[in-house]
Design a protein around this ligand. Structure first.
Ligand code: NAD
Ligand code: UDP
Length: 343
C-alpha cells in the first residue's frame, strides 16, 4: 500500500517509514517540520536503500497543500502522527494545541474522505486513561480525566474518529495508544531529537550521559511504587513502528474501528531506567530527587495482549536494547540532527 504518513519526519514517524518499506509498502510524508528536520527522512532513505522518500512540507491544516498530495499520489491509507506533543507547553498554549491537533486532524479527515480514502491509523496515547482505573491497563479500562490540553486533544480526537466510524462504516480506523516510546534505530542514524530541554526521561538521561546537562532531576520518590519513583511501560520505538505495520494489515482485513495498547506490559521505575542505562552505557548518571511534577501519576503500564492476539504484534526489545540504542544514537549525534531547512 502507499501510505500518507503525516508527521513522518518526527521521532516515531521516521522509524515507521522504515518499517513500512521493509514490509513492502511505500510512503508519502507530509510534515510542516515544526518539530523535526528533513534530515531524518534523508537518513531513513539511506537505511531503506531508496533514493528519496516523497516529502511535502505541508501543514495538515492547509487544505490546498493536502489537495496537492492527493492529486499527485494514490493514497491507500493514512498513518497520522502529526501533532504537537509537549505536555507543559500545551498548558500555556491550549489554543495552539487544539488548533494544531484538532483543527489539523479535522482538515486531514476531510481531505481523506473527499479522495475516497477511509483508512486511518491514529497516534493516541496512554494519557487518555488519566489516572488508570486498573493496572495493567487493558483497552477496556475507562478513559479518564486528562491533566493537560495535550491529553485532551488525544482523548477528543479518539472520540471524533469513533463518531466518524459510527456515521460511516466504510471507514477502517485503528487507534493506537502508545506507552513511553524510547530507543532509536539500531544503526544510530535516526532517533529522538528534542527541541531545547527534554521533557521526557530518556532524552534527558542521554544528554546527562553525553555531558550536556550536569544531572538528572527525578520528579518525586514518594510515590506508592517499589522504590518511590514513577513506573512506566517503556517501549522500543522500532517495536512501536512495527506495530503500525501490523495495524495496517488489520485495516486491510477490514477491522472497522479498533483500539490497541502498544506497550511491553512491563513497568520500570525511574531508578530502574537509570541503572539499566548505566549498565548499557558504562556511564554514571548523577541525579537529584526533586518535587513531583504536576500531573504525573505513580504507575502506568499496559496489558498488550489484545495487540498480540489480534494483530500478532509483540514488543521484542527489552529495556537493555532500549538503553543501548538511545545511547548509540546520542553518542553518534551529540547535537541531534543538524537542520538545514528554515523553520
Ligand atoms: P514528533 O514531534 O517527533 O513528531 C510529530 C511530527 O509532526 C513532527 O515532525 C512535527 O513537525 C509534525 N507536525 C506537528 N504539527 C504538524 C502540522 N500541523 N502539520 C504537519 N506536521 C506537523 O513526535 P513523536 O514522538 O514522533 O510523536 C508522534 C505522534 O505520537 C504524536 O501525535 C504524538 O502526540 C504521539 N505520541 C507520542 C508519544 C511520545 O512519547 N513520543 C507518546 C504517545 C503519543
Ligand atoms: N521523569 C523524571 N525526570 C525527568 C523526566 C521524567 O523523573 O527529567 C519521570 C517522570 O516523572 C515519569 C517518568 O520519568 O515518572 C517518565 O516521564 P516521561 O516524561 O518520559 O513520560 P510520561 O510518562 O510522563 O509521558
Amino acid at each position: 500500500m502507499n501510505i500518507l504518513v503525516t508527521g513522518g519526519a518526527g521521532f516515531i514517524g521516521s522509524h515507521t517509514v522504515i518499517e513500512l518499506y521493509a514490509a513492502g509498502h511505500t510512503a508519502v510524508v507530509a510534515d510542516n517540520l515544526s518539530n523535526s528536520c528533513q534530515e531524518s527522512l534523508r537518513r531513513a532513505a539511506q537505511i531503506i536503500g531508496t533514493d528519496t522518500i516523497p516529502f511535502y512540507n505541508v501543514d495538515i491544516r492547509d487544505k490546498a497543500g493536502l489537495q496537492e498530495i492527493f492529486e499527485q499520489h494514490t493514497i491507500d491509507a493514512c498513518i497520522h502522527f502529526a501533532g504537537l506533543k509537549a505536555v507543559g507547553e500545551s498548558v500555556s498554549k491550549p489554543w495552539e494545541y487544539y488548533d494544531n491537533n484538532i483543527h489539523g486532524t479535522l482538515t486531514l479527515i476531510d481531505a481523506l474522505r473527499q479522495h475516497g480514502c477511509k483508512r486511518m491509523i491514529f497516534s493516541s496515547s496512554a494519557t487518555v486513561y488519566g489516572e488508570p482505573a486498573e493496572i495493567p491497563i487493558t483497552e477496556n479500562c475507562p478513559k479518564g480525566t486528562c491533566t493537560n490540553p495535550y491529553g485532551w486533544t488525544k482523548s477528543m480526537l479518539e472520540q471524533i474518529l469513533t463518531d466518524l466510524y459510527h456515521s460511516d462504516s466504510a471507514w477502517n480506523i485503528v487507534l493506537l495508544r502508545y506507552f513511553n516510546p524510547i530507543g532509536a534505530h539500531p544503526s544510530g542514524m535516526i532517533g529522538e531529537n528534542p527541541n531545547g530541554t527534554p521533557n521526557n526521561l530518556m532524552p534527558y538521561i542521554t544528554q546527562v550521559a553525553i555531558g550536556q546537562r550536569p544531572e538528572l532531576g527525578i520528579f518525586g520518590n514518594d510515590y506508592p511504587t517499589p522504590d518511590g519513583t514513577g513506573v512506566r511501560d517503556y517501549t522500543h520505538v522500532v517495536d512501536l513502528a512495527k506495530g503500525h505495520v501490523s495495524a495496517l494489515s488489520a485495516i486491510e482485513r477490514g477491522c472497522g474501528l479498533a483500539i490497541y495498547n502498544l506497550g511491553t506490559g512491563k513497568g520500570y521505575s525511574v531508578l530502574d531506567v537509570v541503572s539499566a542505562f548505566e549498565k548499557a552505557s558504562g556511564v554514571k548518571i548523577p541525579y537529584r530527587i526533586k518535587p513531583r511534577r504536576a500531573g504525573d501519576i505513580a504507575t502506568c503500564y499496559s496489558d498488550p495482549s489484545k495487540a498480540e492476539k489480534e494483530l500478532g504484534w509483540k514488543a521484542l526489545n527489552g529495556i537493555e536494547e532500549m538503553c543501548r540504542d538511545s545511547w548509540n544514537w546520542q553518542k553518534k549525534n551529540p547535537a541531534g540532527y543538524i537542520c538545514t531547512e528554515q523553520k
